[in-house]
Ligand binder design. Sequence first.
Ligand code: HEM
Length: 493
Amino acid sequence: MLGFVGFAAFLFLLFHFHRRSRYYRNPLFPDWPLFGMLPPLLKNLWQIHDFTTQVLQRNCGTGNFLGPWFTGMHYLATCDPMNVHHILSKNFPNYIKGLKFREIFEPFGDAILTTDSDAWKYHRTLFHSLFKTKGFALLLKKTVRKKVEKSLFLVLDHVEREGIEVDLQAMFNRFNFDIVCSNVLGYDPQSFAIDFPKVACETAFTEVEESLFLRHTVPKSIWKLQSWLQIGPEKKMTRACEVLDRFLYESIATKRENLAKDNVEKDEENDDLLTCLMRKEEGKEHASDKFLRDTAYNLFLAGRGTITSALTWFFWLVAKHSSVEEKILQEIKQEKEEEKDQVYLHAALCEAMRLYPPIPFEWKQAIKNDILPSGHEVGAGTLMILSLYAMGRCEETWGKDCLEFKPERWISERGSIVPIPSYKFISFNSGPRTCMGKDLSFIQMKMVASSILRNYQIHVAEDHPIYPSFSIMLLMKYGLKVRITKKAARKNE
Ligand code: HEM
């Protein structure tokens, strides 16, 4: 009897294996019995983006990843620009975020980053109307200038005076958190200060992003079980979400009270985004606190970690390439302080984001069967992973020196920025869902980068380990530890 059961189980597993290998052609690595392709992924989790890049390159840019048997964990991963162009633009209606995405990213709520079709269109139009006012770009500049003068210089002067090491990434995280709070909620929580005060909601934002990344690396049944039992990363995420929700709902309640009490006049140049949003959506049926919470949270997600990541990798690369720093300083000395004139600085930021895209991968789900330009078949419901990180390191697109940090590749003979199609320089996404904050990001990053480089010298701590964190944002796992000295310009202040 036992022998029969064993034989039947063997036949069943053989049939399953045969079906898997026939159905999912182009595997990225060997498909182990029972464990599938999960073991090499977990082994290389510490260098996941470089590992994915190597594996995709070995497979001509596209292939299937299959998780343990019977878990349904399956992704079609690609870094081929033509496939990406097809998915994000040419056949855009067929590739959505989908229900599985919303399930994993459920803390993000229902707003622009998670919705599809009509709901997404509604949010996109709403965001467009919020960002397009001239007043918003002016408000951002004013907020950043004030923060640089009142906090950034104060903190950096303190670090230099005390001769201590500081984590530049943690600094940018706090700096950006205060900026986003000011722009979205209309108040500055002062998380960026000399004593680095503990600000629970600031930490909570980072913790949610880290836990969400881990949901991608294990079968759904595992993280669902962890969530149900409230153990491991899921427990951390539940706590972080509670902190975050309390913070956002309290801000909404205060804003509602103020708006009702003061009967304040509209002020296009000073109104924060939540105030504008409440005015715009007033009286509409869907404009509940949950709607406002989700929209505000999506603004935080879009604008905080992304800029922290971009600035951190940028400063690390510049510290390692003194000739790049000299050229940026020359540009600043030529009085090119208007952001639009800072061509070399722009090129250096693009180059940093090519090598280290703040959002290293994106996720889509196919609605109907399709064939990618590379010839790979996509079944209805397939989950697609687009590796933006691998795309920035593609030799066919960027040339043999693709791993080198060379801002010059972005500058034409006439001295302007070389236009590169967004499906090749993918860091701000491409197609109808292109990033809506690209121009605003460059304004903020250039203001911060030029203020620091003009006044301070950054020395990266020797032997400091640089690895990506396990997060949906490309941050540094151990931060960026630096020492700071003042330059002549600042010594005279
Ligand atoms: C260095 C900074 C930034 C980078 C690299 C970046 C990159 C991206 C990427 C890759 C996406 C697509 C995400 C996805 O579909 O999963 C995206 C979407 C978006 N970004 Fe950015 N972003 C940056 C800053 C900002 C800022 C500061 C804002 C707002 C002020 C912003 C607003 C948005 C919005 C609203 C979307 C959603 C677009 C849509 O789905 O229609 N981003 N961004």
